[in-house]
Structures are given as structure tokens and as C-alpha cells.
Design a binder for this molecule. Structure first.
Ligand code: FES
Length: 211
């Protein structure tokens, strides 16, 4: 399969910005995508509530490198609160559009930044809400990071999730797709990967329903 990248994506892949690792960072993170096995790590330095420096290391594909590269450009010199608002859609738009099967690379980059910021806030006692607490808001947030490679959209916005609930660490997720939907395996893997790091997580039960 030939993957068509925009010129800007290729440019960032070939000349990635802010590559490396900050010594003695104020926040750091490493996130991966279970479906493709790619990973990215980030280190940030925060001064006067601003991200004064940010560096990444990629262990992945061309768009893993390009999305992390442009993310660092967008986040550098932003306040921590503004950096938290950077979305995968913004990364995607900045690069002029990624192929659908590569949209998850932009989600991975943004999730890694959020984790690095959470790490910074945790170290400094600034965490207002714990993003790892097992509650409805955090489950929804994590399901929003699961991308259907068929549509290039997340499974919450595309209404692929009909509902979900949790009880004693067991999470049930009901999907409005057939088990034999082309990307159901990828979606299932990503749901597990995103939910299993919640505190007190015990198991996830994914059910399919289609007409
Ligand atoms: Fe998975 Fe790029 S991060 S293919």
C-alpha cells in the first residue's frame, strides 16, 4: 500500500525539530500504540508556567516522527494550560492532513504531551483532577483517543460506542459495530491499552452489536 504524505509531513519527517532528551526534565512520558507498536517519548522543562523546552524521541514510523516534531513546535513557549488544549485534529491540520490509517500517530503525540504535563503537575502537587482515576469522565476521555483506522475518527465522536459503564474496576464497553468489522481487532486492542492503565482497573468487557 502506498501511503500519501503531505509535503509538510515529509519535511518534518526528514528534518524533525526538537529531537532528543532534556536532562533533568520537569516532566516526562513515554506512550505507545498497541496496534502498530510505535512509541514516542517526551521531556519538558517548565519555567514560570510556560513550556520553555520540549524534546522528543521517536521509536516509530514517519508520521510518528512528523507528528511529534510539529507537536513540539506548537507546545514550545505555550503556557501549560494552553499546551493541554492542543488536539490531535490540530496536529493533523497543521500537517495538511494525515492518511486515515495514520491519524492515530497524531493522537499518540498529543497523549504523550498530556502525560508529560500530568507528570509535571504530579511532581509539583498541581494536579487538580487525577487523569488516572477510574471514573466516567476519564473513561470517556481515553475512549476519545481510540481511532478507527477505517474512518480516521475517534470512536466516541463517530458514535461507535453506544455506552459504557464500570463497576468494581470492571469496565464494559458496548460497540455499535459487528465483530467482523474490518478494524474491530485494532479498536479492541486500543480500547484495552487505553483503559488498562486506569487506577483500580480490573478488566474490560467489549461487546459488539450490529443490525
Ligand atoms: Fe502507529 Fe505511526 S504511530 S503507525
Amino acid at each position: 500500500m502506498v501511503i500519501e504524505y503531505t509535503e509538510k509531513t515529509i519535511e518534518h519527517f526528514q528534518n524533525p525539530r526538537n529531537v532528543g532528551e532534556i536532562e533533568d526534565p520537569d516532566g516526562k512520558s513515554m506512550e505507545g500504540n498497541p496496534a502498530c507498536g510505535d512509541m514516542v517519548s517526551l521531556t519538558i522543562k517548565v519555567e514560570k508556567d510556560k513550556i520553555s523546552d520540549i524534546k522528543f524521541k521517536s521509536y516509530g514510523c514517519a508520521s510518528n516522527i512528523a507528528t511529534a516534531s510539529i507537536l513540539t513546535e506548537l507546545a514550545k513557549n505555550k503556557s501549560v494550560d494552553d499546551a493541554k488544549k492542543i488536539s490531535w485534529m490540530q496536529i493533523n491540520n497543521e500537517l495538511g492532513g494525515l492518511p486515515k490509517i495514520k491519524i492515530h500517530c497524531s493522537v499518540l503525540a498529543v497523549d504523550t504531551l498530556k502525560s508529560a504535563i500530568t507528570d509535571y503537575e504530579r511532581r509539583n502537587g498541581l494536579l487538580k483532577e487525577d487523569p488516572d482515576e477510574l471514573n466516567e469522565k476519564n473513561i470517556r476521555q481515553r475512549l476519545k483517543s481510540v481511532i478507527d483506522p477505517q474512518t480516521g475518527a475517534d470512536i466516541i465522536s463517530k458514535n461507535i460506542v453506544s455506552n459504557f459503564n464500570h463497576n468494581n474496576g470492571e469496565i464494559s464497553v458496548n460497540l455499535k459495530i459487528c465483530k467482523d468489522y474490518e478494524s474491530s481487532e485494532v479498536i479492541e486492542d486500543e480500547i484495552r491499552e487505553h483503559l488498562e492503565t486506569l487506577n483500580d482497573f480490573e478488566s474490560v468487557n467489549i461487546k459488539y452489536s450490529c443490525k
